[in-house]
Structure formats: structure tokens, C-alpha cells
Write a protein that binds this ligand. Structure first.
Ligand SMILES: NC(=O)c1ccc[n+]([C@@H]2O[C@H](COP(=O)([O-])OP(=O)(O)OC[C@H]3O[C@@H](n4cnc5c(N)ncnc54)[C@H](OP(=O)(O)O)[C@@H]3O)[C@@H](O)[C@H]2O)c1
Length: 298
């Protein structure tokens, strides 16, 4: 049995579809079972579980061989309360690991992000590092793909830029616009995750992954605008100004920019151009070609 934590999320949904399509026994863990029933295939067993409720995790881990951890509060979401990133990502992952150990789960596949590194206390990056540490110290077999930004049907980052282009006369470019991104197709990532579930080859490794192009942030935004059929001037916003704006917007219930997002602009979100080919032995899809052929929803 393969359990997917975060089965209702963007990556979780794609991964569950792939695993179920391969005929695997899949259990989708979801905070809201009704939502999961609506989103996931009927062959998938759904178990209600919350990373912050250890009792639910104990039940969810029964009979599981491998758990794929795709649940997190991501850097584009406002914290529902101060410290939510740390609680859900850090403490939640430790709860999941503990429940997996108790239930005799053999392996954890942690989906993390490129550039995962120790951050200062209270930072979003710190919580990503805590996720990695929890899994590394679990005593179970583990492996952790760390992708750059993702594209493909339902991808949050391209959708956010496309929404901005629909609702705003200009598109702000955070920082210099030269920060490098290496977009990876979600289906290619899910193939990597499925291989990690199946084979012990990469156990004990955290692997930075990216697609076949390193693109400056401005070029990624330009490709998304083109695919969304929108022409908008791009206006650079220096990071210090963006931090002030994000701080001010935090009073909004659903702000377009949160301070955690800006932490991802402190480094190039890129790795070796042949990372996927070298590690997993296949050539990932180009974002440029994908958007031209399939648009944003492909
Ligand atoms: N998207 C990208 O471009 C990208 C790039 C690199 C790395 N990643 C990483 O990949 C992972 C998945 O990202 P995503 O884009 O799929 O995120 P997402 O769409 O926001 O999904 C997050 C999932 O986590 C679940 N979750 C949140 N809090 C939870 C809790 N307390 N208990 C149980 N489940 C909880 C959510 O459940 P609900 O439906 O109940 O909210 C949802 O299923 C994240 O770690 C992210 O940082 C993503």
C-alpha cells in the first residue's frame, strides 16, 4: 500500500492518478475526505488525516509500505496563524514520521523544494529544512526529490501569474528578474516520485531536480503571459520594496504576495541542466515547448 499525504494538493493529485493508473494500491490522506472523494479516482482509498492530529495519522499509516509526503503549507500561502508554516511543515512532518515508524512503514519519500537549507528561526526556509531533517533522522529508508518550480495542469505558480495578468494592468517582477528558474513538468516529477517509491536505488539521497532549461524569472513570466494570451508591461519591484508591500498586504485575507514567497528569490532556483536525465534516465519536458503546444492547462 502506498499512502500519499497531501493527496488533494497539486502534486498529490497528479501523483495519485499516476500510481493508481499503474495499478498500485493507493491511499490518499486528506484533511477533508469529501474534497478528496471529489478530486481523486474511485479506486483510491481515502483516509481522513491531519498532520497536526497524530491519532488520525496512526490510523492512516496502518498497512502502509511506503508513504509519499506531499503535504505542506507552501510559500505562496498566507499563514492562517503566526507559526503555521513551522507547525504544519516541521511538527506535522515529525508527527507523520513518528506514526510511520510506529506502524512499521518501510520508506518515506519526501517531496521538498530546491534550495532546501537551514534558515533563520521563524523563516519559511527553516521549515523546509526541518521537514528534511525529520525524514533524514527517521531511521526509515528515505529519499527526497527537491524540484524547482513546477508547471502543468493546475500548477499554482503559472496560475498565479495568469490571474495577475487578468486582474492587473501590469505584472510586477520581483527583484532583478534575473533569478534563475528551472521549471519541471509535474508529470515528469511524478514519474521521478513513482520510481523512488518502486526502487531503492536513490534511498538516502536528497536530489535537486529541474527541467531542461534555466530561465530568468522575467522569461518564465513572459512565457506564461504568452500562453495566457495577455500582453502586460512587466514592472520591476526591488526586493526590499516587495518585502514592505508583502508585509502591508498581510492584513488581506488572501494576499497576492506573502513574505515567504520572497525567501525563494534569495537564491537561483536551478540545478544541473541534466539532473533528471542523470539521476532517473529520461529527458524531462521543456516548459517553453509545453506551453506552446498545450497552453497553461496541459
Ligand atoms: N508547486 C510547485 O511549483 C512546487 C515546487 C517545488 C516544490 N514543491 C513542494 O511540493 C509539495 C507539494 O506542493 P503543492 O504545490 O502540491 O502544494 P498544494 O497544492 O498547496 O498542496 C498541499 C497539500 O498539503 C495538504 N495539507 C496542508 N496542511 C495540511 C495538514 N495540516 N494536514 C494534512 N495535509 C495538509 C493540503 O491539503 P488541503 O487540501 O486539505 O489543504 C494539500 O493537499 C510542497 O512541499 C511544495 O513546497 C512545490
Amino acid at each position: 500500500m502506498i499512502a500519499v499525504a497531501g493527496s488533494t494538493g497539486f502534486v498529490g493529485r497528479h501523483l495519485v492518478r499516476r500510481l493508481a493508473g499503474q495499478g498500485a494500491a493507493v491511499r490518499g490522506l486528506a484533511r477533508d475526505a469529501m474534497t478528496a472523494q471529489r478530486l481523486l479516482q474511485s479506486s483510491v482509498e481515502i483516509v481522513q488525516a491531519d498532520l497536526l492530529e497524530p491519532v488520525t495519522l496512526s490510523v492512516a499509516m496502518q498497512g502502509v509500505d511506503v508513504v509519499v509526503h506531499c503535504a505542506a503549507i507552501t510559500a505562496d500561502h498566507k499563514e492562517a496563524y503566526r507559526g503555521e508554516y513551522a507547525r504544519v511543515n516541521g511538527e506535522g512532518t515529525r508527527n507523520l514520521v513518528a506514526a510511520a515508524r510506529r506502524a512499521g512503514v518501510k520508506k518515506i519519500v519526501l517531496l521538498n523544494g530546491l534550495g532546501t537549507k537551514p534558515g533563520s528561526d521563524g523563516s519559511y526556509m527553516r521549515t523546509r529544512w526541518e521537514m528534511a531533517e525529520a525524514v533524514r533522522g527517521s531511521g526509515l529508508a528515505w529519499v527526497s526529490p527537491q524540484p524547482s518550480i513546477l508547471f502543468g495542469n493546475g500548477a499554482p505558480f503559472p496560475a498565479a501569474i495568469a490571474k495577475l495578468a487578468r486582474t492587473s494592468p501590469v505584472v510586477p517582477i520581483l527583484g532583478s528578474g534575473r533569478t534563475k528558474l528551472q521549471p519541471l513538468w509535474v508529470e515528469d516529477l511524478c514519474l521521478c516520485l513513482a520510481l523512488c517509491v518502486e526502487k531503492p536505488t536513490w534511498d538516502g539521497r536528497a536530489m535537486d531536480l529541474g527541467g531542461p532549461e534555466q530561465l530568468p524569472y522575467t522569461e518564465v513570466v513572459r512565457l506564461i503571459l504568452e500562453a495566457a494570451h495577455r500582453r502586460r508591461p512587466m514592472v520591476p519591484v526591488p526586493l526590499p520594496l516587495a518585502r514592505i508591500a508583502a508585509g502591508g498586504m498581510s492584513v488581506l485575507p488572501n494576499p497576492p504576495l506573502v513574505p515567504a514567497t520572497l525567501e525563494l528569490f534569495d537564491f537561483d532556483n536551478a540545478t544541473d541542466l541534466d539532473s533528471v536525465q542523470k539521476i532517473f534516465g529520461f529527458a524531462p519536458r521543456s516548459m517553453r515547448t509545453h506551453l506552446q503546444e498545450h497552453g497553461l492547462d496541459g
